[in-house]
Design a binder for this molecule. Structure first.
Ligand SMILES: [Zn+2]
Length: 198
């Protein structure tokens, strides 16, 4: 693969993984932080994952990847009480959700066949097709809600790591928070405008 340059509009932060210190502010709203939230990322994958992700339940084979790359890093991000949440519940529901998505899809396909058949035969159309569409759409919405990144992951986005895990690139949503982070890590962090992906 050829190296890919990714340029950011707002500068992102390159920090030393081991000496990194998060400011005692909530990255989402800037309020003084009372709680700490784990943010787990797996290096090499160049993507941030949900905190306390239940490995093996997602459709992308993350469970397998995890066993191939045991290196993962958890950052503890101070957050305010309002934005503190644990992900344990959602992690469990996510696997059920996928099963129901599949069932709803099969039901939708069957109902579409019946619908087409009724149209073709010119008999009155039963309500099942519309019922199936309704169920399928509801499950899509639930799936979206369970899988979308939380506000904290959105505010502290891990862009990537270098090979030896020595540095981490983080994109902060709040400019003010980024400034505070730079103050906390003045000796080790620097602002960068782009990264090169291997
Ligand atoms: Zn907050």
């Amino acid at each position: 693969m050829s190296p890919q340059k990714e340029v950011f509009k707002e500068p992102i932060v390159r920090a030393e993984t081991d000496r990194l210190k998060f400011p005692k502010l909530c990255p989402v709203c800037g309020a003084p932080s009372e709680e700490v939230m784990p943010l787990t990322v797996i290096p090499n994958q160049f993507q941030s994952l949900r905190p306390s992700l239940n490995y093996g339940t997602t459709p992308f084979g993350r469970g397998q990847r995890d066993s191939f790359s045991p290196m993962k890093k958890t950052f503890y991000v101070p957050v305010c009480e309002g934005h503190h949440y644990t992900d344990e519940g959602a992690g469990q529901y996510r696997s059920y959700c996928l099963v129901f998505d599949g069932l709803a899809l099969s039901y939708l396909i069957l109902a579409s066949l019946a619908f087409g058949d009724e149209l073709w035969r010119g008999v009155p159309v039963g309500p099942w097709f519309f019922f199936a569409v309704g169920i399928f759409v509801s499950f899509l919405i639930i799936t979206y809600a369970l899988f979308r990144p939380g506000p904290v992951e959105d505010a502290v986005k891990v862009v990537g790591f270098d090979g030896g895990l020595r540095h981490v690139w983080i994109q902060f949503k709040q400019e003010q928070y980024r400034d505070e982070f730079m103050k906390e890590n003045a000796m080790t962090a620097e602002l960068v405008k782009w990264v090169q992906r291997a």
